[in-house]
Design a binder for this molecule. Sequence first.
Ligand SMILES: *[C@@H]1O[C@H](CO)[C@@H](O)[C@H](O)[C@H]1NC(C)=O
Ligand SMILES: *[C@@H]1O[C@H](CO)[C@@H](O)[C@H](O)[C@H]1NC(C)=O
Length: 490
Amino acid sequence: MESKKETIIFFPFMSQGHITPFLALALETEKKGYNIVFINTPLNIKKLKTTIPTSSSIKLLQLPFNSSDHGLPPDSEDTDLLPYNLIFQLLEVSSCLEAPLRQLINDLIIQQGGVKPLCVIADFFLGWSAKVVHEFDVFHAIFSGSGGYGLACYYSMWLTLPHKQTEKVEFCLPDFPEAGKFHISQLSASFLVADGSDPYSTFQRRNLPTWLDSDAVLFNTIEEIDQIGLVYFRRKLGIPIWAIGPILLSQNHRVRDSITKPSNVSLEQCIEFLDSKERNSVLYISFGSQNSISASQMMKLARALDTSGKNFIWVVRPPLGFDINAQFKAEEWLPEGFVERVEEEKRGLIISNWAPQVEILSHKSVAAFFNHCGWNSVLESLVYGIPIIGWPMAAEQFFNAKFLVEELGVCLEVARGVNFEVRHDDIAQMIEMLMGEKNKKGKEMRNKCYEIKKLIKDAIRDEDNFKGSSVNGMDEFLMAAMQVKEDGRW
Ligand SMILES: *[C@@H]1O[C@H](CO)[C@@H](O)[C@H](O)[C@H]1NC(C)=O
Ligand SMILES: *[C@@H]1O[C@H](CO)[C@@H](O)[C@H](O)[C@H]1NC(C)=O
């Protein structure tokens, strides 16, 4: 007999950075007893075939798409692999998937003997999909792998471009005053050049308002810590906004393996190093898989590590301007004798490319995490109660840093962006502030981290007599979709 399981369709944007959190959520949802259909363009589906765990029965379906038909280079189906000027173009042409999406849903319903899917969970870059999904009277939700506060700043910033209306270096967001003041240095290049009619603004000004057509937004965050951003969207969109996080990419091993890059240090070596260190004595440094700092900034960071004398694990990648996947040249990019010195003193572990982040962050020897404030790294840090030294580099990372500093009080922001003239003394001072045993500010932050860690633990508690907020969020979303399926949308 055909299974009576409900079907949920997942539709991420064409970018590894979006596909990965969607896959993590899809795997979680499958565990709850749903049929999962994961859709994307042909090349991304091909890649996914090697990523999906064998234990999963997620069904992969292709939406016909050929980038050559849209003036893009052949095989351009992943914005993470495209140069800056072509990213907009792929964003722009993604709405050509409208007819293929309609066809796919139609075929799926026929295949299932007229039974409709329970809902479609789509990317925030694919707001247009709500209209298509609603033609079938099916529930449509947007899923954001980013946090509420960061995305609220991003949303508001695109729609109002307030920095264009002022000469000042500081400004507020007219429809998001709760976020307080922004500094011009917190804007990424695409915001700085945006004037409302450039390609990126044009895309966003068409895309962002279509969120109003959706039935709900799901955020990879926790209600208790991300109120300001979530309330912004509740007010702005007037649809249910549910916090369902943390959905961590690393918790699924197969997903993690697929994003793992070759590394010269094994998990065992990392643990051995950490085991040999005192509790709360190691600084972990990693700027995520997509980012790097400049060669001169790298030198300064290394010098700061020398000055501070603290233990560290540093995941190094070639500096900006070099192929991020190339061999790391320590003799060229780090101060003379740095590697030897560090090895001799057994003070640091330098790792090229990739490190087992979760195992490192969950180790009792780790005291702080120096990172780029990408949301996945932020969540992993908070889950393990580790304070952050933030160096945001791009997009909403600047807003995540602002959130961590001003709202949560668990972060020191040491630099902003790739052109920042950072001083090694300043870095060393922040490391001391956060890791120094006797430092009052550092102690305060560690206490806040501990409280947040508890809140997150509670949010995902799923017991007979207690359901945490994120568990409830997901349940309420699934119930709302079910109700629409049973009663119709209107
Ligand atoms: C995409 O279109 C180009 C040009 O029409 C063609 O050469 C190529 O084979 C097509 N690619 C696929 C995967 O169909
Ligand atoms: C890993 O590679 C980096 C970069 O080449 C090097 O500096 C480091 O010493 C290597 N680490 C180990 C433990 O071999």
